[in-house]
Ligand binder design. Sequence first.
Ligand SMILES: NC(=O)c1ccc[n+]([C@@H]2O[C@H](COP(=O)([O-])OP(=O)(O)OC[C@H]3O[C@@H](n4cnc5c(N)ncnc54)[C@H](OP(=O)(O)O)[C@@H]3O)[C@@H](O)[C@H]2O)c1
Length: 273
Amino acid sequence: MKTLILGSSGLLGAELLRQFPAALAPTRKELDLLHLQAVAAYIDSTRPELIINAAAMSNLEHCAAHPDQAHAMNCTLPKVLAESSSAVGASLFHFSTDYVFNGEKRTPYTEDDPTDPINEYGKSKVAGEAAVLATRGAHFVFRVSWLWGEGGKNFLSSLPQALAQAQTLQISNDQISSVNNVAEIAGTLRQLVALPHWQAQPGLYHLTQPQAMTRYEHALRMAERMGTACKASVLAAQVQPPNIPGAVRRPTYTAMSPAKVARVFGLKLASGS
Ligand SMILES: NC(=O)c1ccc[n+]([C@@H]2O[C@H](COP(=O)([O-])OP(=O)(O)OC[C@H]3O[C@@H](n4cnc5c(N)ncnc54)[C@H](OP(=O)(O)O)[C@@H]3O)[C@@H](O)[C@H]2O)c1
């Protein structure tokens, strides 16, 4: 299947490209995704059968400071991708986030729970989901949470090395969600496209492993598996922003139930590690 991956230099996109190695994967220099006419023209000329959008503006502070840019990248771009996918008869995989929720629930969120984002990033992602799902076609929105993986620059990606080197860490213990290895996410999508008639069940899916915990608990478990000690202290609470300009609220509890993707496709993510 001719596949186009957007955002292939990112954490998830790079792993998708490793697992879909024949995919077209234009760099930002080759295709600026905020140049929407160029994006539509690229899709029209290359005519992919599957478009995977792993591009996003996901830095919370940047989104808060530049809500128009966040909306353009996280909502207008996916809308154009959905329209272009429909025009060329391609399927679309778009990613969203657990930050579409306000974090007030204490049992895993399902796809039927109302969204109520508490920051600009979450608002722009909710708008992007709606734009994709409003367009007819084999369009899938996969909500993922806390990603880590090879080459990633975020805290969770650097954790295995930090634990192996017995570094002293400060880790937040005030948010609960599920940690997911991008290799498992990409592998699950490879399994999905190998299923017969997978395009017949488009829509919104939570693509996470079921165990929810804080980053601190995740670090303790990972250290245990690696057979190393976790030299960690808990970072002062971060969910309520400290009194500094630009600090962004994070939802406290955003575990998501992966029951729908298991029920519809028989797909399960394992452990997140
Ligand atoms: N990371 C997480 O923990 C997490 C949690 C929940 C949901 N998600 C969602 O999962 C998806 C993937 O996230 P991620 O963490 O892998 O993202 P990421 O590492 O921040 O990667 C974003 C990608 O988008 C590209 N991009 C941004 N603006 C662009 C532009 N104007 N033109 C071309 N490319 C542009 C970046 O290219 P450059 O390298 O050139 O900047 C990069 O390849 C996103 O939808 C995100 O909302 C992520």
